[in-house]
Write a protein that binds this ligand. Structure first.
Ligand SMILES: *[C@@H]1O[C@H](CO)[C@@H](O)[C@H](O)[C@H]1NC(C)=O
Ligand SMILES: *[C@@H]1O[C@H](CO)[C@@H](O)[C@H](O)[C@H]1NC(C)=O
Ligand SMILES: *[C@@H]1O[C@H](CO)[C@@H](O)[C@H](O)[C@H]1NC(C)=O
Ligand SMILES: *[C@@H]1O[C@H](CO)[C@@H](O)[C@H](O)[C@H]1NC(C)=O
Ligand SMILES: *[C@@H]1O[C@H](CO)[C@@H](O)[C@H](O)[C@H]1NC(C)=O
Ligand SMILES: *[C@@H]1O[C@H](CO)[C@@H](O)[C@H](O)[C@H]1NC(C)=O
Ligand SMILES: *[C@@H]1O[C@H](CO)[C@@H](O)[C@H](O)[C@H]1NC(C)=O
Ligand SMILES: *[C@@H]1O[C@H](CO)[C@@H](O)[C@H](O)[C@H]1NC(C)=O
Ligand SMILES: *[C@@H]1O[C@H](CO)[C@@H](O)[C@H](O)[C@H]1NC(C)=O
Ligand SMILES: *[C@@H]1O[C@H](CO)[C@@H](O)[C@H](O)[C@H]1NC(C)=O
Ligand SMILES: *[C@@H]1O[C@H](CO)[C@@H](O)[C@H](O)[C@H]1NC(C)=O
Length: 786
């Protein structure tokens, strides 16, 4: 993206960092470095449209191609413009309710309009797509231009119609009751007063159980209304002015909605303002009226407010690029941007319980977000993260369980362990607190204890399954006899590993709160992963022995070993999902999961036969095609060489994956962004730090910029990571030496006080591995070391 700010950055080329580092001056505008189209093709499923940080209104063009997040740069056809979406999620499209669609109908005759999706959809002009924070625009091949911006709970559209159109002069805008996923159960629309459309619909969440009711309220400006009515399938009429539709009979899906036809607009533009709500259509109307008011809706002003909101979020981080390319700078700021789209702030829009606590939704899923996205927010946006944590606890209070995945007011499907436990432990060890209000840590302890001790009836959506066996046998058995609850009774290996870590997180909180007995008990349970280690299992690829012996294996209730090929569910041998072909590991192989004991890496090193064998396993994982860096379980594995005294190898991996796998192109993500999980991996790696979530540890690797400064929104102090000998060709990616606040620093990791106390880390880098951070005492603590 071209912008004057690039010129400015070019003025600050430093080959070596100076004592007086100059950051971007006051004309620096971080939003000019945001490219919202990154990951909008090739399955990244990134939301490209207009949103406020964590906003509920998310407006974009919806297409018939890769439409999980509405729009894709895959050159498919536009089916409408809708006001709510998720970002980066996999599987079914999420939300996309109540789309508008503008057209000019031949002869201005409503009978000649195209109402159904298949008939009305049109290609967009690829070169017309524009996306900046708080704004999205494109032109349809019919010559109609669409622009949109948003507030928290409302979208504002400008539809500009061609000056001359052989077909007619009276624009028609329809509203469709069909959502992107076509999950509508039943819905209503009515046209009231002076051309206001309002209504509701019951829909199915895209990766969860139950249903949700959503409401809208649409008003129009800029042209006199000529006629209005409703449409059903391919036909429309002026009477009646309202309709209620169900799913129809025999699965015959009725497409229906409302329409307005306008006189030729004076300045070619018809504006549409759409308020959304989960409470009522009246609330949707008042949201719109409160947030976008006045006789003439101020598109430029609304857009500016959204930009300012983003500026304020992104200004927390500034860089001295040191000659790093504009592509890398864009990759970095766009990544930070994407960590702040979801979870979405639905405070005041939760119909499920009355509460004065914040309510965040679109934790989609915590299995993805706990690893680096939510930890990233503890640094750059701890105030909002406090709101999210309080929301998780309030959800526990009212629904009885911490969420694991949650979207559109519904419970989503649990993938691994009870991963909110890790989020709470991570916030706890980082002393998360904010002017937003304190976190009730006793309540947090109770919620995590509940996950560890009580099995829910439906552990597909909350808590943990197989707890009877967990307590009795100290592992999750393959083919468990579980009569307490029902869930997808599979993933015994990945659940054993995840539950072990979840119990460690519980032990961490217990220890901090002075609950010594609980600490001892859960620390002991956190070693359960050992029970699935089978020391004589070997692993071959295409009949060739990998040379490694000893892997986790499934074990039955009677203690007999089962068997799962260690490469099964890796990119080399199929993909294992939750529903279609569940295996004993979830979405990844035993090869990947063998490293998932984030609290006990020193023991794992021992189990694997010492540092060298540990490192050769890691190397094999990252070079054999067994790992998929586009799926979250791989993230932490890139940093594990730190525990074996080889931080240089972690740095090599980071620089291999970025920009090779995470870059600033529309196809620049190796997998679904998962509400910003991939984004947070990118942003952390480029800063030269990465968390071990649930522990007060950040691994140090060579950053991508000469200097990065992060100002804590809570303490106001600025933490700085400077690179001496910075080399923008990234040959010098090996830390040779470090100082922390001027003192020599040999540890290869930092703790969170680095950010809250605004310390300065200076890394001297060179072209070859050095001795910095390689001693046993330099490694991060594990269970044995703590
Ligand atoms: C910021 O930098 C630009 C480019 O070097 C320069 O033109 C401008 O005057 C600077 N602004 C301030 C406030 O220093
Ligand atoms: C840093 O450089 C600026 C511009 O040259 C100068 O005004 C400022 O005094 C310097 N600060 C320090 C701490 O040397
Ligand atoms: C766009 O619509 C055309 C015409 O119906 C169709 O041939 C094409 O497959 C559509 N594109 C996509 C990506 O669905
Ligand atoms: C899109 O439409 C607008 C408004 O009609 C027009 O000014 C602009 O040139 C169009 N852009 C492209 C790339 O077609
Ligand atoms: C005119 O109508 C035809 C038939 O519906 C359609 O294919 C074409 O895109 C329309 N042209 C414009 C400029 O709207
Ligand atoms: C609408 O659909 C929901 C979910 O299927 C159902 O519970 C509700 O009763 C329906 N409402 C009407 C009025 O049919
Ligand atoms: C949806 O709107 C219709 C028509 O106004 C109304 O009868 C119905 O009660 C509404 N449904 C819900 C769930 O609010
Ligand atoms: C969430 O939204 C509410 C209502 O708009 C607002 O008052 C609150 O400040 C927001 N919370 C956070 C953490 O941004
Ligand atoms: C959290 O607070 C405790 C007690 O004040 C302190 O010992 C610890 O260092 C703090 N941790 C961080 C990460 O600031
Ligand atoms: C243990 O259970 C498994 C699975 O049901 C079965 O295949 C195996 O034969 C049993 N082993 C013994 C020793 O009973
Ligand atoms: C950008 O990332 C994508 C997705 O991982 C990858 O396929 C592509 O090769 C990368 N491009 C570059 C230039 O590294």
């Amino acid at each position: 993206m071209a912008s004057p700010a690039f010129v400015l950055i070019a003025c600050f080329l430093h080959l070596a960092v100076s004592q007086n580092t100059t950051y971007q001056n006051s004309t620096f505008d971080p939003i000019s470095y945001v490219n919202q189209l990154i990951g909008t093709d090739n399955g990244g499923n990134v939301f490209a449209g207009a949103t406020q940080p964590y906003g509920m209104a998310k407006a974009v063009a919806d297409v018939d191609g890769q439409n999980t997040a509405g729009f894709s740069t895959d050159s498919s056809n536009v089916t409408g413009f809708s006001h709510m979406h998720d970002s980066g999620t996999g599987g079914n499209p999420s939300l996309g309710n109540f789309p508008l669609f503008p057209q000019i109908c031949p002869g201005d005759d409503v009978d000649n309009c195209n109402f159904q999706i298949a008939a009305r959809k049109v290609p967009y002009v690829a070169s017309s797509v524009r996306a900046t924070p708080g704004y999205f625009a494109l032109n349809l091949s019919t010559g109609i231009a669409a622009e949109m911006t948003v507030t928290e709970h409302a979208a504002l559209y400008h539809f500009t119609f061609p000056t001359s159109n052989s077909n007619g002069t009276s624009p028609l805008i329809l509203l469709d009751l069909t959502d992107l996923y076509a999950s509508r159960q039943n819905a209503s629309i009515s046209i009231v007063g002076d051309g206001r459309m309002k209504g509701n619909g019951t829909f199915i969440p895209s990766f969860g159980s139950g249903s949700f009711v959503s409401y809208f309220c649409a008003d129009f400006q800029g042209a006199t209304i000529k006629d209005s009515g409703i449409w059903v399938n391919s036909r429309a009429g002026s009477e009646p002015k309202e309709i209620f539709v169900t799913r129809g009979i025999n699965l015959f899906y009725i497409e229906a909605g409302g329409w307005l036809q306008f006189e030729r607009p004076a300045n070619r533009v018809v504006s549409a303002r759409v308020g959304v709500s989960f409470i009522s259509s009246d609330q949707a109307c008042s949201n719109a009226e409160n947030e976008i008011s006045g006789d003439e809706w101020d598109f430029a002003g609304i857009k500016k407010s959204a930009e300012d909101a983003w500026r304020q979020k992104l200004n927390v981080v500034s860089i001295d690029a040191g000659g790093a390319s504009q592509d890398l700078q864009t990759n970095f700021y766009s990544a930070i941007y994407r960590t702040m789209m979801s979870p979405q702030n639905y405070t005041g829009e939760n119909p499920l319980w009355q509460s004065s606590e914040p309510y965040f939704d679109s934790f989609y899923c915590i299995w993805d977000a706990f690893r680096s996205q939510l930890p990233f927010l503890t640094i750059v946006d701890p105030i909002t993260l406090t709101g999210m944590v309080r929301s998780l606890l309030d959800t526990y209070k009212h629904l009885g369980w911490l969420p694991d995945c949650r979207m559109s007011l519904c419970k989503g499907f649990t993938q691994g362990g009870s991963n909110a436990d890790v989020v709470l432990a991570d916030a706890y060890v980082k002393n998360l607190t904010s002017p937003y209000g304190a976190i009730d840590w006793e309540l947090a302890y109770e919620a995590v204890l509940n996950d560890a001790e009580n099995e829910p009836l439906d552990w597909s959506v909350e808590g943990r399954g197989g707890l009877q066996s967990w307590k009795r046998l100290n592992y999750i058995p393959a083919l468990d006899y579980d009569y307490l609850g029902f869930g997808t009774n599979s993933r015994s290996i990945s659940r054993t590993l995840e539950y072990s870590y979840d119990d460690f997180c519980l032990a961490t909180i217990a220890k901090g709160l002075g609950k010594d007995d609980a600490y001892t008990k859960y620390l002991s349970r956190s070693t359960n992963w050992n029970n699935l280690w089978k020391s004589d299992t070997t692993s071959s690829i295409n009949g060739v022995d990998t040379g490694f012996t000893g892997f986790f294996q499934p074990k039955y209730l009677n203690g007999t070993w089962g068997y799962q090929d260690p490469i099964l569910c890796s990119p080399l041998d199929g993909f294992c999902s939750l529903t279609s072909n569940p295996q004993e590991t979830f979405e990844d192989s035993i090869w990947e999961y063998q490293f998932y004991v984030p609290h006990a890496i020193p023991q794992l090193v021992e189990l694997f036969g010492g540092a060298d064998s540990f490192l050769s396993r890691l190397d094999f994982l990252h070079t054999s095609g067994l790992t998929d860096i586009g799926n979250e379980p791989s993230f932490l594995t890139a940093f594990l060489p730190h525990y074996a005294g080889r931080p240089a190898l972690s740095s090599e991996l980071v620089h291999k994956y970025i920009p090779g796998y995470f870059n600033d192109t529309t196809t620049g993500l190796p997998g679904n962004d998962d509400t910003g999980a991939m984004a947070s991996f990118t942003a952390f790696c480029m800063m030269g730090l990465f968390p071990n979530p649930g522990q007060n540890i950040y691994f140090i690797t060579a950053p991508f910029f000469a200097s990065i400064a992060i100002t804590s929104p809570i303490t106001g102090k600025t933490a700085t990571i400077k690179t001496s000998n910075f080399d923008n060709t990234y040959t010098n990616i090996y830390v040779q030496d470090a100082t922390l606040d001027g003192e020599s620093y040999t540890k290869n990791w930092l703790d969170h006080s680095f950010f809250t106390e605004g310390k300065t880390l200076v890394l001297t880098v060179g072209g070859q591995e050095g001795s910095w951070g390689t001693k046993a005492e330099d490694a991060p603590p594990g269970m044995t070391g703590s």
